[in-house]
Design a protein around this ligand. Structure first.
Ligand code: PGA
Length: 260
């Protein structure tokens, strides 16, 4: 057994306006509450688009929902002439607790390299946000470099050069498994999580090595239990399936699935 609290994260990507966001957060909370979900035992975090955050926050506060709020990205800069960017301070004022950093779609479509990711991790910590650092290899990298090489390098680069490390989460998402329906096997996910944990231990010590490591890529209610049977995998980062309240609450209640 580990002392790490499992984390179920729902990345909505560029889906749902603020009215649809309110409806989904409401439905998700009701569904989980009806099922007596213990949010202390399994943390549930949603990552809506920026324009939905204020509405989701107001609802969560007013209804005292236990679902937590995350953002999909943040600027590496504190403030200033960066048209279109959103700062860490803006997010933390909205009670955002987590922020995705270096998602493969940011790396691919917005040319975010490891240096930008490293700066975004620093910006998150400066604003008391917990970065969920996304790492993962493409199919070509898998074939040429093996399964753990790229995730390990991306992890080390994101965490190097900081004076002190704050809390963080690593999300291992093989790029070839995101939105494709192709899923890594539970064993592959466990092996890569183990390799990342070893690299954390060797480079940054015990506390860093006890950080949560998630798996992401085509996770559904009917395959989540396999990933989470590994002691090394502390939760999942879910894209498409997080847009459906029933499906996402099924994923969040994985423990009960195992017990039943
Ligand atoms: P998916 O996305 O679950 O739709 O594959 C995962 C992610 O990109 O975080």
């Amino acid at each position: 057994m580990t002392n790490r609290t499992p984390l179920i994260a729902g990345n909505w990507k560029m889906n749902l306006d603020h009215l649809q966001a309110i409806a989904l957060v409401q439905k998700l909370s009701w569904t989980l509450n009806d099922a007596d979900h213990d949010f202390g035992e399994v943390e549930v975090v949603v990552f809506p688009p920026f324009t939905d955050l204020r509405s989701a926050q107001t609802l969560i506060d007013a209804e005292k929902f236990e679902i937590k709020l995350g953002a999909q990205d943040l600027s590496q800069h504190a403030s200033g002439a960066y048209t279109g960017e959103i700062s860490g301070q803006m997010l933390s004022k909205l009670n955002v607790e987590y922020v995705l950093v270096g998602h493969s779609e940011r790396r691919t479509y917005h040319a975010e390299d490891d240096s930008v990711v490293q700066q975004k991790v620093a910006a998150a910590w400066e604003n008391n946000l917990i970065p969920i650092i996304c790492v993962g290899e493409t199919l070509e990298e898998l074939e040429t470099q093996g399964q753990s090489a790229v995730p390990i390098i991306q992890t080390i680069n994101a965490l190097s050069g900081h004076k002190v490390l704050g809390d963080f989460v690593i999300a291992y998402e093989p790029v070839w498994a995101i939105g494709t329906g192709k899923v890594a096997t539970a064993q592959e996910a466990s092996e890569v999580a183990t390799a990342i944990r070893k690299a954390l231990q060797a480079n940054f010590g015990d506390d860093a090595a006890n950080s949560r490591i998630l798996y992401g890529g085509s996770v559904k209610a009917n395959n989540v239990a396999g990933f989470l049977q590994s002691e090394q995998v502390d939760g999942v980062l879910v894209g498409g399936a997080s847009l459906d309240a029933e499906e996402f609450s099924g994923i969040s209640r994985f423990k009960k699935h195992i017990v039943l």
